[in-house]
Design a protein around this ligand. Sequence first.
Ligand code: GLN
Ligand code: ZN
Length: 763
Amino acid sequence: MTIVTNLGFPRMGAKRELKQALEAFWQGDVPASALEETARELRHRHWELQRKAGAHVVPCNDFSFYDHVLDTAYLVDAIPDRYRHLADAEPIAGYFALARGTQGAGIDLHALEMTKWFDTNYHYIVPELHADQTFRLRTNKPVDEFLEAKSLGFDARPVLLGPVSFLLLSKTVDGSDRLLLLDRLLPVYVEILARLKEAGAEWVQIDEPCLVLDQDGDDYAAYRKAYAAFASADRPRILLATYFGGLDDNLALVNELPVDGLHVDLVRAPSQIDAVLDALPADRVISIGVVDGRNIWRTDLDQALAVTRKVLERVGKDRLWVAPSCSLLHVPVDASLEKTLSSDIHSWLSFARQKIEELRTVVDVSKGLVTACAALDVARAAVSARRASAKVHRPEVSARLAALAQKDTHRQSAYKVRRDGQQTRFALPFYPTTTIGSFPQTKEVREARSRLKSGSWSVTEYDDFIARETEQCVRFQEEIGLDVLVHGEFERNDMVEYFGEQLDGFVFTKHGWVQSYGSRCVKPPIIYGDVQRPAPMTVRWSAYAQSLTERPMKGMLTGPVTVLQWSFVRDDQPRSTTCRQLALALRDEVLDLEAAGIGIIQIDEPALREGLPLRRKDWANYLAWAVESFRITAAGVADDTQIHTHMCYSEFNDIIEAVAAMDADVISIETSRSRMELLDAFVRFQYPNEIGPGVYDIHSPRVPDIAEMVTLLEKASEVLRPEQLWVNPDCGLKTRGWDETRQALKALVESARILRERVAVAA
Ligand code: GLN
Ligand code: ZN
C-alpha cells in the first residue's frame, strides 16, 4: 500500500527544549535522568506530531543527544582509547567528552573533530579510527528506541547510518585505509539487525548518503561486501536511503545491492526517476522523496502528484512509498508557530510538520481516496500567489541583473597597477597589521542589544553606547600600533542577519531554528524575494570610526556567497541568480562606503568553500558564479580603493585558482592551526596578490607569544614574498575576551615589527 514515511525528524523541539535540557545538564544543574526524561518526552511528542500530520510510519533512532554519527561510533564502540576509561565508568559523560571535550580532576580530553554533514549547515563529529580498530556492540540504542516507539503504539522504522558511509565519514589517525575496517565492522551491524528483527522491526532504514558522491572502485567493493553480508543475515527488510543528490553513475551499483527498498531524492535530482524506475529490480520497494527536506517552501503539490502518479503507474501501489527528500533534520519544526509573518509569506512556508501533511495529501489524492480536497486547494492558491507576488518579483531588480556587463565584474586596472595607487594612498609598511573585523562581543554589548530590543533603551541610548565601544576600540588599536583599523562590529548581532534585516527580500522567523551542532541552533534568514538595498547599511558606523582616526579604517561587509549559503533561499530561481542579486545590493554598499571616504573595504566570504557542490563535475560551474558574484560586489571601486576578503579555513589546495580569480587586493585566511596546508597550496600556485595567513588562532583562549607568530610568518615567507604578506589573526575576535585580545594583538604587532626589521637589515 502506498504510504507516507519519514526519514528523520528534528530533535531539538520547537522551542529548543533539548538545547535547554542539555545545557542545564552540562552545567550540572540537573541530573542525567532529567535530560533523559526530556529526550523521551520529545521523542514521544515528535512521533505523535508526525502521526497526526499523516505519517503512516515514523522514523526512530533518528533522535540524538548530540549527533547521529557520534551515536553510531558509540554504538559500535569506535571510541579512541583516551576516552575509554571515562566512557566505561560513566557512559553519558564519556559520550559528551567525545563531543565537547572535558576537563576535571586528572582528565583533560579534547573534543573530537567536527565537520560539515555533506552540503548542509549541520556538523557531525568525525569518528577517529586506526588500523587495529575493533568494534563491538556497545549500546542498544536503536533497539531501545524502537521498543519505546512500539510500546507507545507507533509503527516505527529504525534508522541506521550505513556501515560504508560511516567509515567514509570517519578518519583514521594513522593514515590507514578506513574501508579495510569493514570486515570487522559488519558483524556488529549484523548483530544490531538481528536484535531489531527480534524486537519486531519489519523494516530498517539504512542511510548511505555517500552514494550520491563520487565513489571509486574500493567504495563499490565495500558496498557490495556490506550488503551481501546483510542479505544472508537474520534481519528486518532493508530500505537503502540515499539523499542530497542523484545516484547518477552509482545507480547500477545500487541496483545490484541485495536490499528490499530504495529511497531516492527527487527534489535535488528529479530527473533520475526514469533511470531509477527503468532499472528497479522487480520486487523492490521504491521510496520517493518528493517534498524538500532541505528548504522551507510549500511544495507544489501538483508537481509532487504528477511524479507520484507516474511512479504508481509503473510499480503499483504495493511498492511505492512517499517521503521527504531527506531527513527533516534540516528544517524547523512547525510553521504554524510563526505568528508575526505577513499572511501571504506565511502561507508559502512549510516546516517539518507541514511537509508531512503535504505528503499525506499527495498520497491520499494519488490513491483516489479524495478527489477534491481542501488542503490541495489551499496549497494551489498559495503556490500560485507566490509565483505572481509583487513582493517576490521586482522588475527593477531583474532589469538591473539583465544589464550587468563585462565591465561590472572587472576592476578598472590589473592588481599590479592598483597596488601602486594603494601604496601611494596608504603608505603601509611591509607586513602591515590588521584584524578581521569584530572585537569582543562582551556581555555588556549583548545586553545593550537586548535592552534596545525590549525597549528599555531608546535608540539614542543604544547608539551612544555603540559609539563609545567603537571609540574605545579604535583608541586601543591606535595605541598598540595596528596599521589598518576596524570599527569592531559592536552593532552587529550576526554577520548575515545584520545585513538581511536591512535588505528587501528577507524575512526572519521567531522559531525557525535548525540544529547546527550539538545544542547549537541557528535561525537562518529566509530570502523570499528579489533582493534590494533600500538604504546604506554600514556606512554610518564605518564613517564614524574613520572620523576618529588618521589611520585607514577598514569597512566590513558579508559577501554575497556567504549570505546565500547561510540563508534559506528561494527555490523558484537558480541560486546563482539570488547570489547575483545579493552581489548588486552589496556593490551599492561598497560604493557608498568608498564615497564616504572608506578606502579599504573587506568583503567576508567564509562560506565560499562550503558552497562547493557534492560532485566534482559541478564545481567549476559553482565557482564561476560564486567568484563572479564576489567580483560584482567588489569591482565598482577606484584603483586606489583596497578590497580585502576573508575566509576562515585553510583547505585551499583545490580552490586556490578560484580564490585568486576573485581578484581581491588582500585576502586573509585561517592558517595558524594548519600551516602545512597553506604551504602546499602556495608551493603549487603562485598567489598573485597580497595575503594575510592568520597567525593567531582565535578559536582557542590561548594567547600566542611573539616567537610563535614570528615562526609562522617565517614559514609563510618561504612560499610568499615579503611585500605580499599581511599580519592578522585567523578570524574575528567576537568570541574572545578583552584580556586575551589585548595581549595577543600586542604580540602580533610586535611580531610584524621584528620581521620588518629583518627585511630592513637585509636591504
Ligand atoms: N568580519 C567578521 C568578524 O570579524 C568575519 C567573521 C567570519 O569570518 N566568520 O567577525
Ligand atoms: Zn573568519
